[in-house]
Design a protein around this ligand. Structure first.
Ligand SMILES: Nc1ncnc2c1ncn2[C@@H]1O[C@H](COP(=O)(O)OP(=O)(O)O)[C@@H](O)[C@H]1O
Ligand SMILES: [Mg+2]
Length: 271
């Protein structure tokens, strides 16, 4: 699926003293099978932006297009199945007596037969290394386990675009690594992933393109190298180090990922 936002504006509580212009004309495309990282400071509009991707929020101005078609003309339930949105702190929405029941809830609404539902539940839990949690109560899980169960619930819908709002915030390093590996696995299976994160280092590792938001506007959009080398002061550690070295050693190039940066540094040392 190709998902496009065209000049999207969003105002919270319009006409009241609490009015906030959260998005001030945002245009971007999520291409099929890419990981798009969305970065930006707290309050820059990241969460507001991604809630437009399945029309959980209706734009105050501008439009959302799915494969070129105005998303408001599509059935909401169908749109929400195709664009799966995992909220910030999704674990707060777990509700069923067991993890299995929780993950099964949304796919069951699709009218699939029970065998297919069970298959999807197991497949999604396994993808999140959470198969052993199936029979447990969601309320008795650790923070990282709850997060994985909540993400499995959206994955079980088999979305074409998976939108993750700060999925690694507060996770332990091992769970975080697993989740980043899952994101790359989904991308390799042709699913688009929108990854909202304030952690530039993790975005550098997995994103094909990056969109930097600032005060409800797109400050920069492009490949990680294009976006991060433009303003190295606001870039991941790898880019800050490499851009410093570039002043005297331009042959280091523009590495972004950690492994890429190590290779570039080794090549410099060898030269
Ligand atoms: N439910 C809401 N009601 C009013 N204002 C909101 C609401 N949610 C977010 N905002 C405001 O909209 C702006 C963007 O917020 P948000 O999209 O949550 O940013 P981010 O996810 O980048 O931290 C902020 O100024 C925030 O205070
Ligand atoms: Mg947010």
């Amino acid at each position: 699926m190709r998902l496009e936002l065209r000049d999207v504006r969003y105002v919270y509580a319009p006409g009241t003293p609490f009015e906030v212009e959260a998005l001030r004309g945002v245009s971007l495309v999520v291409e099929p099978g890419e990981v798009l990282g969305i970065v930006g400071g707290t309050g820059s509009g990241k969460s507001t932006l991604v809630q437009h991707m399945n029309l959980l929020l209706t734009p105050t101005g501008g439009e959302v297009l799915v494969d070129g078609v105005d998303a408001t003309t599509l059935k909401k339930s169908e749109l929400r199945r195709r664009v799966g949105l995992v909220f910030q702190f999704p674990e707060s929405a777990l509700f069923a007596p067991t993890v299995e029941e929780d993950v099964a809830f949304a796919p069951r609404q699709l009218g699939l037969d029970e065998e297919e539902v069970q298959e999807r539940v197991l497949e999604s839990l396994r993808a999140l290394e959470a198969g052993e949690l199936a029979a447990r109560s969601p309320f008795a899980l650790s923070g990282g386990e709850k997060r994985r169960a909540a993400i499995a619930g959206v994955l079980a819908m088999k979305p074409e675009v998976l939108v993750l709002d700060e999925p690694t915030a507060g996770l332990d390093p091992a769970t975080r690594e697993d989740l980043l590996a899952l994101i790359l696995g989904l991308r390799n299976a042709g699913i688009s992933v929108v990854l909202v994160s304030h952690d530039l280092d993790e975005v550098a590792e997995v994103a094909d393109r990056v969109c930097a938001l600032q005060e409800g506007r797109v400050r920069a959009i492009g490949t990680p190298a294009e976006v991060f080398y433009r303003e190295p002061a606001q870039a991941p550690a790898t880019v800050r180090v490499a851009s410093l070295l570039r002043e005297s050693k331009p042959e280091i190039g523009a590495p972004v990922r950690f492994a890429e940066t190590l290779d570039a540094l080794r090549a410099l040392q060898g030269a």
